[in-house]
Design a protein around this ligand. Structure first.
Ligand code: PLP
Length: 386
């Protein structure tokens, strides 16, 4: 497929080869009218399908103000904060506005530094938390742009990793540990229960905070509303974005404990000119209320679909036995060969299925309400491309 010219726009990656005209449900249509089955859904954004009629109607009917100055009060801000806090793990009782995931992560790093008076962090090796300098420092950013001192914790995340972490935290200079509870960016890396459940007591013993980044995993992706719920763990802060609006508008949020909110209010900066734009807030409120109302049915469906995807993938003839890692509809197939994985993803795209590919891992993040016929058609196409 030829790569489209993009003379004025700066973009990473080499996959700007689809000129998207529209997207609906689990399908993306290009400018020539070609239809693609979307098993990526904007990377954990369109969790419940594209162009949802309820959210579209909400946008067209919106009669609220264009803009709210951050220093004013606005009832829908309080309403969205109340809704998010109601869904979040216990103890996270306050909410900061953000424009997206990176800003939410940045706010979490800021809160951790102000609250602990420390400047160091621990993050997972090769993680991704966004494209701001703080987020790139705790992520896999180039050394040239690292502005924070960050120690890397190497997976697997098991009892041994907890010991290695303890050695680092003992120096009592780490503000926070930041990680995705199940890492989408590391190809559905699933920590062992012992690791996750030992994490908070270990962090707190040494005065370190725990930030769980749910920007990608939030809102049902892993079969729980938040991936944190797979474990008995209460983070000090949690970031969310992406699927909060299902793609119909942009938003991010940081959820924090009461004392961390007080620190941010007294010593921090949570200004954000476009954080929680009124239209985005209206869409997020509608979406989060809908998710809340339908939570049980939606998550049960994720479990059923997840079992179907995994069963089908297990039955496929890969050249080498792949490792399949999954939670809900976050499904990684490590085919153990980077070139082969890239080739499969490209062939699938050319034939009409969109997948993500990270090194030797094919990553599938289909809509959580994709219908069975579409799931089957996409999986059949993948099978034909192997
Ligand atoms: C885990 C995680 N955190 C943060 C971000 C950054 O979010 P945004 O692109 O909305 O700034 C991403 C984006 O992919 C992400 O996957």
């Amino acid at each position: 497929m030829p790569r489209l010219r993009k003379p004025f726009l700066v973009q990473n990656g080499g996959t700007a080869d689809i000129e998207v005209a529209r997207a609906r449900g689990s399908y993306v249509y290009d400018a020539r009218g070609r239809k693609y089955i979307d098993f990526m859904m904007g990377w954990c954004v369109g969790n419940f399908g594209w162009e949802r009629p309820d959210l579209r109607r909400r946008i067209h009917a919106f009669r609220g103000p264009d803009y709210i100055y951050p220093g004013y009060a606005y009832k829908p801000w309080r309403e969205l904060a109340r809704l998010l806090v109601g869904l979040a793990p216990e103890g996270l009782t306050r909410c900061c506005r953000a424009t997206g995931g990176s800003e939410a992560v940045e706010l979490a790093l800021q809160a951790a530094m102000l609250h602990t008076g420390r400047r160091k962090f621990v993050a997972l090796e090769d993680a991704y938390h966004g494209n701001t300098l703080g987020a790139m420092s705790v992520g896999d950013g180039d050394d040239a742009v690292r502005v924070l001192s960050v120690a890397r914790l190497k997976p697997p995340l098991d009892a041994d990793a907890l010991d290695r972490l303890q050695t680092r935290l003992k120096q009592r200079d780490v503000a926070a540990v930041i990680m995705e509870p199940i890492s989408m960016n590391l190809g559905v890396l699933i920590p062992e229960t012992e690791f996750m459940e030992g994490l908070v007591p270990l962090c707190h013993r040494f005065g370190t905070l725990l930030i769980l980044d749910e920007v990608a995993t939030g809102f049902g992706r892993t079969g729980k509303l938040f991936a944190t719920e797979h474990y008995d763990v209460q983070p000090d802060m949690m970031t969310i974005a992406k699927a909060a609006t299902g793609g119909a508008a942009g938003i991010g949020a940081l959820l924090v404990r009461e004392d961390l909110a007080a620190t941010l209010e007294e010593a921090g900066n949570v200004y954000s000119t476009y954080g929680w734009h009124p239209l985005s807030v209206d869409v997020a409120i509608a979406n989060v209320r809908w998710i809340k109302r339908n939570q049980r049915r939606l998550l049960e469906r994720v479990d059923r679909l997840s079992a179907y995807f995994v069963e089908r993938l297990r039955g496929m003839a890969f050249p080498e036995e792949p490792e399949i890692r999954w939670r809900g509809l976050a499904i990684a197939v490590d085919v153990r060969d980077e070139k082969y994985a890239g080739r499969v993803a490209r062939t699938c795209r050319a034939r009409g299925v969109l997948l993500d590919c990270q090194e030797s891992v094919l990553l599938m993040l289909p809509a959580l309400n994709v219908d069975r016929a579409t799931a089957k058609a996409g999986l059949d196409m993948i099978e034909a491309c192997l």
